[in-house]
Design a protein around this ligand. Structure first.
Ligand code: MN
Length: 143
């Protein structure tokens, strides 16, 4: 799939400069709203993924990912990677170390909903290495 064939429901937005240091590869961010609930539309080029990270909160918090286009990955620490397609929903509890991003051969877009809570902040950790990333497809049948 070429970039020009990749249509998403919401605008792709600008290159994601604010969080670029926490991503491998190019991502794009279009904020949908920051009122009440922070919701962003995030697009990853093929191979792009964010670092391992934790959505911290003292109560509530966490993140909900709603896959809308292309094909991607979600992985929680110590868990098998999960293949994401349009319509996939991932509920990431506060405090859970995880990452998300595109497949190696596909663009991917998800809506990211920041679940409201107390003292919410993102803790950014190490990148997903090329070696880890290259092994993902072997772990999941049909991915
Ligand atoms: Mn996350």
């Amino acid at each position: 799939m070429s970039e020009h064939d990749f249509d998403t429901i919401f605008p792709r937005g600008e290159t994601n400069e604010a969080f670029a240091e926490y991503f491998t590869g190019q991502s794009y961010l279009h904020m949908l709203t920051t009122e009440g609930v922070v919701i962003g539309n995030v697009t990853f080029e093929p191979g792009c993924r964010n670092n391992w990270h934790i959505h911290q909160a003292s109560s509530g918090g966490g993140q909900i990912l709603l896959a809308t286009a292309g094909s991607g990955w979600y992985q929680g620490e110590g868990e098998q990677p999960v293949s994401l397609l349009p319509g996939s929903v991932v509920v990431v509890p506060a405090g859970k170390k995880h990452w998300h991003g595109a497949k190696a051969d596909s663009w991917f877009t998800h809506i990211a909903v920041a679940v409201p809570g107390e003292d919410v902040r993102n803790e950014w950790l190490e990148p997903v290495t090329d070696e880890e990333y290259a092994r993902l497809g072997e772990k999941v049948q049909g991915a």
